[in-house]
Design a binder for this molecule. Structure first.
Ligand code: MRU
Length: 367
């Protein structure tokens, strides 16, 4: 997608020699656009943990390149130990986004039967490249399927379609297009009049900072609202559909996403507003035994709640908003039960949020 009219994706190989991987430092958006080159495995760890990159699909692709960078210069005798330690470190960075765990499992498989260390290194690099390419294709397909929902509403209503979204599940959270925003981009290209209500998304403000930024640069009409506004808008008939992303959707269709998603789903349910979740299959947790209370929910530093960060006179500042010694609790994600979800928009089509629904699109996952 575009920034100032120029096409970008969120992560790319800096040069042909692969000296580093380039990313956009998303902590600085929308006020500053800065590209950072990741040179070492430690750089990748910091980029994921400190949220220079974020969003489940982008975390997945960054993880794949991180694994290659972890082992690319190591000797044969060190390979296995380095690979395993790196996996442990990566798993501790962002525990909720299942793309990280899924990527690690696939990376392991990609080197499974290989003997030579050179072949293993090459397989890890090829795997990262494949994941990146597939993510773009998947998101485009999600956009095509999801766009039909918006086209239908537009046809029925004959006026602007108002979509509410939470957090950032646009191209900045993936490689390109995004998940929840992809249907909006494709519908706009097809001539649908769209307007997006952007939840600011406390405490990290991914909506106010990132979703607003990318919609602005794509010329999509949008309005930023405080997180508490959606319920009233739904009561007033000002929301036609809610579309959000997910960090992990269980086999049964329960949706883990940015904190506050659940409250939007409850409001949508109470007001008969369709509530859709857009997700690539890489964000599905297919584990059979997983119950909702076993899903790891990331708890981040309390200062993200106590301080608000922004720009004053061109300088980045953090402003304290609570009494200094008050405690804060910072759960990063919540769980929306499948019964509140109208449907899941995947790269293979739209299905009910249930095990049967998901398996109808992904029959290869039937056990
Ligand atoms: O903490 P973040 O910014 O990584 O959280 C991102 C989200 O919650 C997104 O909605 C989710 O990853 C889906 S992104 C396509």
């Amino acid at each position: 997608m575009k920034i100032n009219g120029k096409h970008y994706q969120t992560i790319w190989e800096t040069d042909e020699k692969l000296t580093s991987i380039s990313i956009i430092d998303q902590r600085l958006l929308p006020h500053k656009f800065e590209i950072v080159n990741l040179l070492t495995f430690e750089d990748f760890l910091i980029a994921i943990k400190d949220m220079l990159v974020r969003g489940a699909p982008l975390i997945g692709v960054t993880t794949a390149y991180a694994l290659y960078f972890a082992v690319k210069d190591c000797a044969e005798s060190e390979f296995d130990a380095t690979f395993e330690v790196s996996i442990k470190k990566l798993l501790s960075t962002r525990p909720t986004a299942v793309n990280l765990k899924n990527t690690i499992e696939l990376a392991r498989k990609s080197i499974g039967s290989l003997n030579s260390i050179e072949a293993k290194k090459e397989a890890l690099l090829n795997f990262a490249r494949k994941l990146l390419k597939e993510d773009k294709e998947i998101c485009k397909k999600i956009g095509e399927h999801g766009s039909k929902l918006l086209e239908d509403i537009f046809r029925r209503k004959g006026a602007t379609v108002n979509i509410l979204t939470h957090c950032n599940a646009g191209w900045l959270a993936t490689i390109d297009y995004g998940t929840a925003l992809a249907p909006i981009y494709i519908a706009r290209d097809k001539g649908v009049d769209v307007h997006v209500w952007v939840d600011e998304t406390r405490p990290r403000l991914q909506g106010a900072k990132l979703t607003a930024f990318e919609l602005l640069h794509e010329g999509i009409p949008h309005t930023v609202i405080s997180d508490n506004t959606g319920g009233l808008l739904m009561q007033k008939g000002m929301v036609d559909i809610v579309i959000v992303g997910t960090d992990r959707t269980t086999r049964k269709g329960d949706v883990v996403n940015k904190i506050g998603t659940y409250l939007k789903a409850l409001s949508a349910y109470d007001n008969n507003v369709p509530f859709y979740v857009a997700l690539p299959s890489t964000s599905i947790d297919w584990s059979e035994e997983l119950t909702v209370d076993q899903i790891p929910i990331e708890i981040r530093n309390e200062n993200e709640v106590k301080y608000v960060s922004g720009v004053v006179d061109g300088k980045f500042v953090d402003v304290l908003i609570t009494p200094k010694s008050s405690k804060a609790l910072n759960y990063a994600f919540d769980i929306t039960p499948s019964r509140l979800v109208t449907g899941l928009i995947t790269e293979r089509g739209i299905c009910p949020a249930s095990e049967e629904g998901l398996l109808s699109l992904f029959p290869e996952m039937v056990k």
